[in-house]
Design a protein around this ligand. Structure first.
Ligand code: NAD
Ligand code: ZN
Length: 359
């Protein structure tokens, strides 16, 4: 086992209504009146004045509403950084991301790129970030990705979909307020929640498993089963899914994800399929690799009447299949975790093509 000495979120508050503490929490981090806090907020909240009026704005603080319809791109991060630099004579006091994995990742990336020169594209990979970013806070409004605890921010660039993985990436502060997940649609709740479930299955069934990851993974899995197969009340279900997401994220911090993630990255790179639904589409076909996990997944899908899109790879060209397969196969640690050191003898381009063609 290789040791990892990884940073964690420095401070976290949990509880229904804890969003109201935001102003108090960030106040001591304000450098001066000229250094604004920049709030990057999912644009589903733009028309929800009951919520936006609670964002604690002072002096020249700014709210930037951003659509999460497409996953974060390196070009989008670069444009946001440029906009922030042009609007303010000094570096902001902090970046606060409010939304799902998309907005959390954008907030992390922007905070890093304000203190690291050039394009974010140059930092896709492991430990390429040189300077500590500015103070950044994450406030999830949908549960499942674990982006609130992770040391990465996943960006799609011109040549790859790969995170800025670094010790400077994790949030300085997270606010876990399950009330914020109130408006999430049922399908989206399922897709993003299943991201957490799949993190657990891939981590617990992987070769990199160890007691650290196992403890978090088992807790998260248990919570997912209660949420998606039990009969919890709404509030308890929101609370538990938020904690499942946290634990699922912690589980993969010390292990790795697996085949569903490798294949859905390929799909997402080519077709723009979003992470949650993409993982579901792929995982649904992985019974050969995760028999128990897929069985339970199908049960959850049925219980919540979820119909996944079919045939999304049906009319692709050989060239397009090759792109998906190249991206999937490039994620070597994921395959090694799922299958073992000799994974290349078991996973071939044609076996991946077969799988993709069923999706
Ligand atoms: P998302 O942020 O893309 O949001 C999904 C949808 O839910 C959007 O339409 C959004 O507007 C909506 N939404 C969010 N909160 C809402 C609310 N309270 N009410 C109503 N609608 C709401 O979804 P996600 O699944 O959380 O995140 C996916 C992203 O996370 C991907 O870009 C993926 O790459 C990234 N990700 C990152 C990590 C990491 O460790 N950094 C891990 C997994 C996934
Ligand atoms: Zn995931």
């Amino acid at each position: 086992m290789s040791f990892k000495n990884f940073p964690m979120v420095a401070k976290v508050v949990f509880g229904r209504g804890s969003f109201n503490l935001l102003g108090e929490i960030i106040a001591p981090k304000r450098k001066n009146e000229q250094a604004p806090f920049i709030f990057l907020v999912d644009d589903v909240f733009e028309s929800q004045t009951a919520f936006t009026s609670k964002i604690p704005l002072l002096y020249s603080d700014q709210v930037i509403f951003i659509s999460a319809n497409e996953e974060p791109k390196t070009s989008q991060v670069d444009a946001l950084v440029e906009k922030i630099i042009l609007n303010s004579s000094i570096l902001p006091s902090g970046i606060i991301g409010i939304g799902g994995g998309s907005l959390l990742d954008l907030a992390k990336a922007v905070a890093l790129m304000l203190t690291n020169s050039g394009s974010s594209e140059a930092y896709q990979g492991w430990d390429l970030i040189k300077n500590k970013g500015i103070y950044h806070v994450g406030i999830p409004t949908i549960s499942g990705t674990g982006a609130e605890v992770s040391r990465t921010t996943i960006l799609t660039g011109p040549t790859m979909k790969l995170g800025l993985n670094s010790d400077f990436t994790p949030f300085d502060q997270v606010i876990l307020d399950p009330e914020l997940t109130e408006g999430v649609s049922k399908d989206q709740w399922f897709y993003t929640g299943m991201d957490c479930y799949i993190h657990c299955i891939e981590s617990l069934n992987g070769n990199f498993i160890n007691s650290f990851s196992k403890t978090y993974g088992e807790t998260a899995l248990q919570l997912c089963e209660e949420v998606f197969l039990g009969s919890l009340g709404l509030e308890e279900s929101q609370d538990k899914l938020m904690m499942a997401s946290w634990h699922g994220g912690m589980s993969i911090a010390y292990s790795q994800v697996g085949i569903a993630h490798a294949m859905s990255y390929g799909m997402s790179f080519l077709l723009g399929t979003k992470h949650g639904i993409g993982n579901c589409i792929v995982f649904d076909h992985l019974e050969a690799f995760y028999p128990e996990g897929v069985k339970l997944f199908k049960k959850m899908k049925k219980k919540h009447n979820i119909t996944l899109p079919k045939g999304i790879c049906a009319n692709l060209t050989t060239q397009q299949y090759d792109i998906m397969i190249d991206v999937a196969l490039s994620l070597e640690p994921l395959w090694e975790n799922a299958i073992g050191k000799d994974w290349k003898s078991q996973i071939t381009r044609s076996s991946l093509k077969d799988l993709y063609s069923k999706m």
